[in-house]
Design a protein around this ligand. Sequence first.
Ligand SMILES: Nc1ncnc2c1ncn2[C@@H]1O[C@H](COP(=O)(O)OP(=O)(O)OP(=O)(O)O)[C@@H](O)[C@H]1O
Ligand SMILES: [Mg+2]
Length: 273
Amino acid sequence: MNDLSATVVDIRKLWTVFKSADGEVVVHRDLDLRIERGEVLSLVGGSGTGKTVLLRQILGLEKPTKGTVEVLGRAPGELSAKGAANVGMLFQHGALFSAFSVLENIAFPLRELKLLPDELIRNAALVKLQMVGLEPRHANMSPADLSGGMIKRVALARALIMDPPLLLLDEPTAGLDPEASDSFCDLLRGLHRELGLTVVMVTHDLDTLFDLSTRIAVLADHKVIVSGSAREVIAYPHPFIHEYFLGGRGQRALEALHDKPAKAPPPSAGAAH
Ligand SMILES: Nc1ncnc2c1ncn2[C@@H]1O[C@H](COP(=O)(O)OP(=O)(O)OP(=O)(O)O)[C@@H](O)[C@H]1O
Ligand SMILES: [Mg+2]
């Protein structure tokens, strides 16, 4: 029943506290965030503000100290294998298994479940390989032979292998050159639309942020201080926002945003790449 509701992620009064040598570190304090079906919600915040930890909580890898995190109406930790099917994650430093081929990497989560015969798993992985813009000839390659952009695509295919309705992306374009970054954004935009995904993304890259987000949430002072359109967020008076969006780097990205025509199909099929 809950699967039909519009709210995909519901975080209420979340506290995350880690014990350290000097006492306790409060990462999140009374953090509230609700994410509706079909959104591309981007989380921005300074380094160490708890963005990755929040994604890990949505995935069920980390438990709240206090408060609740629900995905499709349930606590992600309670879901085990079913939970893994609901949420796919592209990890911030998500290296592939170097001893496995591209196809074995993509198939890994499905193989771990031990529910399906090898042939079906292989076919499912081949479908995902093509879905992320790679070709069957890449299937047997080793991760060491791939470009940075291709590694991200394989990791994305692995995150999508169980057809999750919710996809978490931690710095999806970090380390990619501008061209690879643009092309990965195009892929993500297409998949979001075609698969009807809900996406939660962490990014420091303003081009990626403005390119893909349907809503931006800012993490500061241990909580989400504001969420809304780029315009709404930038208008919110807070030192972090001022520095982040209105510093030199932010100004350049904003100008590029204003200069850029709205995303439209290429003028002809031949000009697509
Ligand atoms: N398992 C853990 N035990 C103790 N402290 C942790 C743990 N995981 C994260 N932290 C701390 O929680 C804080 C938030 O970490 P997190 O990785 O979520 O930051 P972030 O916002 O993703 O930063 P970045 O932008 O640099 O990736 C940091 O101070 C980190 O050291
Ligand atoms: Mg992080």
